[in-house]
Ligand binder design. Structure first.
Ligand SMILES: NC(=O)c1ccc[n+]([C@@H]2O[C@H](COP(=O)([O-])OP(=O)(O)OC[C@H]3O[C@@H](n4cnc5c(N)ncnc54)[C@H](OP(=O)(O)O)[C@@H]3O)[C@@H](O)[C@H]2O)c1
Length: 306
């Protein structure tokens, strides 16, 4: 069945892979950007392209009404330098400020537009980068509480209102692959991304193409509830970081004690590298029938960085 899909943030890192995959499966796509320079690329991908500021309720209402979709996907974040300035993890609340508003106000505007236009399904991006909760097993499921150092209020709001509206929340792991953070790769290559403390903190990764595939399934299946969209293998910093460097042909990362990293990079980075827990993807595989092209970051890093 052809689905008419409105992708808010269709020009973003997940959005652009999602638009291509939706078009390839025969769906009709309207995709938004805030930049007129990006309209042409979205059209070349086969989408109807629209300019929309997700923080402007009237603009969102108008864009959604005009597209009259069956489903809305919220892929809006403001994490690129163009929107958030240079990443500064010592001031994460500043770096994540607009993204927080897109998650709270932006989601509310999309839900209001959905209601006004009679759109019955929404899928929204959340995050499963790492979880600090001590509750539950070592690998966190959707049943365990989600604890992150910043942006919790907005993430909780997004998840609550989307689930309440009968939609799906997709907690993407740390993305890698085409279009994702070049900075991180550059720093690892230059040996400027050190291992902090014992490096026992876990991350969950997901290749951006696999994240887009899971999103297509969530739309087609009209999924409801929260899903961790991560690969099969949570990775400790002491495993993934030297492995990434090795794939790049770079020297192994330096090591710094946690107190030094706290001063240089801030609490969030220390928590991620020393205390974080990864996530389980069992629910997404079982309910969505999701099959990963890169079940482990080990294959994915080799493919992307070698
Ligand atoms: N889970 C993860 O690991 C994760 C998730 C998201 C992003 N990231 C990382 O963050 C970096 C930047 O991500 P990105 O390339 O997707 O860029 P981004 O700046 O986060 O933008 C994402 C999307 O949101 C749109 N957007 C931004 N502000 C908006 C607003 N006020 N109203 C409506 N739409 C708005 C952007 O449109 P425009 O065309 O106007 O820019 C774009 O389509 C990448 O390195 C990526 O890997 C990681």
């Amino acid at each position: 069945m052809v689905v008419r899909v409105f992708v808010a943030g269709g020009s973003g890192v997940v959005g652009r892979h999602l638009v291509s995959q939706l078009v390839a499966r025969g769906h009709q796509v309207t995709a938004s950007t805030t930049s007129s320079a990006k309209l042409g690329r979205l059209q070349e991908q086969g989408a109807e392209a629209v300019l929309m500021d997700g923080l402007d309720a009237a603009a969102v209402g108008e864009a959604v009404a005009r597209a009259h979709p069956d489903a809305i996907v919220n892929e809006m974040t403001a994490l690129s330098e163009a929107h958030a300035g240079k990443p500064n993890m010592r001031r994460p609340e500043r770096y994540f400020a607009i993204t927080g508003r897109l998650r709270s106000d932006g989601t509310d505007h999309l839900l209001a537009a959905a209601e006004a236009t009679g759109v019955s399904h929404m899928v929204a991006q959340s995050g499963a980068l790492f979880n600090l909760t001590r509750q539950g097993g070592p690998v966190k499921t959707e049943q365990d509480p989600l604890e992150v150092p910043v942006g919790m209020k907005e993430i909780s709001h997004l998840e609550e209102v989307v689930v309440k509206a009968g939609g799906a929340v997709l907690r993407y792991g740390t993305l890698y692959g085409p279009g994702t953070s070049d900075d991180q790769a550059r720093f690892v290559r230059k040996r400027m991304f050190p291992l902090v403390g014992g490096g026992a903190g876990q991350l969950s990764f997901v290749h951006v193409e696999d994240a887009a595939t899971a999103t297509v399934l969530a739309i087609e299946e009209r999924a409801r509830g929260v899903f961790n969209i991560v690969d099969d293998e949570p990775a400790t910093a002491r495993e993934w970081l030297p492995y990434m460097a090795e794939c790049m042909g770079a020297r192994p990362p330096r090591r710094v004690p946690a107190w030094v990293a706290r001063l240089l990079a801030g609490e969030m980075v220390v928590a991620m590298m020393t205390e974080g827990h990864g996530f389980s993807n069992s629910k997404a595989k079982a309910v969505l029938g999701w099959e990963l092209r890169y079940p482990s970051w080990r294959q994915g890093f080799r493919h992307e960085y070698a």
